[in-house]
Ligand binder design. Structure first.
Ligand code: G16
Length: 543
């Protein structure tokens, strides 16, 4: 490794002195103009990680649900998972090293990780549609080449597509072909098989309106359309031609505001969904006859998928453990419903798919979803083997058919990370196979009214949490205040946590009525504002 070249290139991507950032919930996020040095350095780090793991590493340039002016970077580990936590620390040190310290920090990482500099390094790079992404991905490439790594630039891709590609490359094609086309082919083949199995049960011509948040999802769905069977007619909205990325649209907006995105007209009962800016999250919704908006978020998706898999496992006679992993944001009704129906573990992890993914791996089948619509299903190698074997060899027709449906579900789900396109196809297949309308799916349980708010504080790190983020340890007095507020509201629950992707503190509250949930969220916001150093205007009541 030629550190002289690194020094030369780094001068072209110099870090503004004093600027500091942290590898957060999903990598680095900031205003795009502050990220050039971080991108260059993540190119360097990806080379080191590739040498360490002797595998291809991915670097995705995106700020997902954040506004267009922001950008960010997510590093992808060999099997398509998020970067290992110990390397998140290296990432933060490297990103924050002042220019004269950079080479020392680099060699410290090499030493700590006992890296063999002779190993080759290969990095794949992708980016979302933000106007800043092209230039920033060039900075990543400069970092990779400065350390002598090789790379392939996949250009505009969804985040989950890059995760898929990384996994394919490192499993020598076992997971699929390491191209975007390979992704379309793998998913559409499995989807068509499932729709064929569903067609024997009913005529399943479905129309789905999709809000793509004016992001990369629109481009990729348009590419994928020709691979999809005629029984699923998709209509793409907010495709980025006119609107602004994530502005008044997208999964995060719909979930947070509990209302439809702009740019998508809904008639009664029409099935609609929203992706987020890099297409790794999805939520569904519809309007009922009274014009009331119904949201089917990550909790409802987890419920649909896990009960479907549970039923199939029962039919096959397989004794595989099925667990569902949620976060503190999971609606209380969903947790109760899941505990009663899947009769397996329902666990709570910290926010961030990396935490849920990690827990889900402990089971034969681990379904994980955040309420915001980010999630997937993991099948252990043993589970996958048993199911595939049964689908091939089972003599009992009913059991074999169930195993085949499970096998196709395994192929349709993107097991590397939450994936809006893959999740959407899984949901559509399940609704077709179970002959369910979106209204029937929604009726599985009723969400407890809830509200999510954001509070601006001077330094959100003053809030520290425990118990999977359900309780605040600091600042002093905050948890006691929340406890007192919760106590005086019926069926209530509330918590606060610092966001790892935005400069805000997030507040969540649920209660017996929407009014009570709104009031509780507001009062908790005021407590955060007063006790955690709120800045700007005092939080206003929810209207
Ligand atoms: C990222 C993470 C998600 C997380 C979300 C919000 O999503 O991948 O796991 O739920 O941020 O995190 P926080 O509340 O810490 O800001 P995305 O879609 O923005 O990459």
């Amino acid at each position: 490794m030629d550190f002289g070249t690194v020094a030369k290139y780094s001068a072209l991507h110099a870090k503004p002195p004093g600027l500091s950032s942290q590898y957060g919930t999903a990598g680095f996020r900031s205003k795009a103009e502050n990220l050039d040095h971080t991108m260059f350095r993540m190119g360097l780090l990806a080379v080191l990680r590739s040498k360490k793991t002797q595998s291809t590493i991915g670097v995705m340039v995106t700020a997902s649900h954040n506004p267009e002016e922001d950008n960010g970077v997510k590093l992808i580990d060999p099997l398509g998972e998020m970067l290992a936590p110990s390397w998140e620390e290296h990432a933060t040190c490297l990103a924050n090293a002042e220019e004269p310290e950079l080479l020392t920090v680099l060699s410290d990482i090499c030493q700590k990780e006992a890296l063999d500099s002779q190993h080759d390094a290969f990095v794949v790079i992708g980016r979302d549609t933000r106007s800043s992404s092209k230039k920033l991905s060039q900075s990543v490439i400069d970092g990779v080449t400065a350390l002598g790594g090789q790379f392939r630039d996949y250009g505009l891709v969804t985040t989950p597509q890059l995760h898929y590609v990384v996994c394919c490359r490192n499993t020598h094609g076992n997971y699929g072909r390491a191209t975007v086309e390979g992704y379309y082919q793998k998913l559409s083949k499995a989807f068509m098989e499932l729709m064929k199995q569903a067609a024997t049960q009913r005529d399943c011509h479905v129309c789905l309106k999709i809000d793509c948040a004016n992001g990369i999802g629109a481009l990729k769905l348009k590419e994928m359309e020709r691979y999809l069977p005629g029984c699923l007619r998709i209509h793409i909205f907010n495709d980025g031609l006119n609107g602004k990325l994530n502005h008044l649209c997208g999964a995060d907006f719909v979930k947070e505001h509990q209302k439809p995105p702009v740019g998508l007209e809904m008639t009664t009962g029409e099935r609609c969904c929203s992706f987020d800016g890099d297409a790794d999250r999805i939520v569904y919704y519809y309007n009922d006859a009274a014009g009331r908006f119904h949201l089917l978020d990550g909790d409802k998706i987890a419920t649909l998928i896990s009960t479907f898999i549970k039923e199939l496992l029962v039919k096959t006679g397989q004794t595989l453990t099925l667990a569902v992993i949620q976060t503190a944001y999971a609606n209380g009704s969903s947790t109760r419903y899941l505990e009663e129906t899947i009769k397996g573990p329902v666990q709570c992890a910290k926010t961030g798919v990396k935490h849920l993914h990690h827990k889900a791996k402990e089971f034969d089948v681990g379904v994980y979803f955040e309420a915001n619509g980010h999630g997937t299903v993991l099948f252990s190698k043993t589970a996958e083997m048993k199911i595939r074997h049964q689908a091939e060899n089972e003599k009992d027709n009913r059991k074999r058919e169930a195993a085949k449906i499970l096998e196709n579900t395994i192929d349709l789900i993107n097991q590397t990370v939450g994936d809006a396109i893959s999740d959407m196809l899984v949901i559509e297949a399940i609704l077709a196979l179970k002959n369910l309308t979106v209204q029937q799916w929604d009726a599985m349980y009723t969400d407890r009214p809830n509200r999510q708010l954001k509070v601006k504080v001077a330094d959100r790190r003053v809030i520290d949490t425990t118990d999977a983020e359900r309780r605040a340890v600091t600042p002093p007095g905050l948890q006691e205040k929340i406890d007192a507020l919760v106590k005086k509201t019926t069926w209530a629950r509330a918590f606060v946590r610092p966001s790892g992707t935005e400069d805000v503190v997030r507040v969540y509250a649920e209660a017996d009525t929407q009014e009570n949930a709104d009031n509780l969220a507001h009062e908790v916001s005021l407590a955060v504002y007063c006790l955690a150093g709120g800045v700007g205007e005092e939080p206003k009541p929810v209207v």
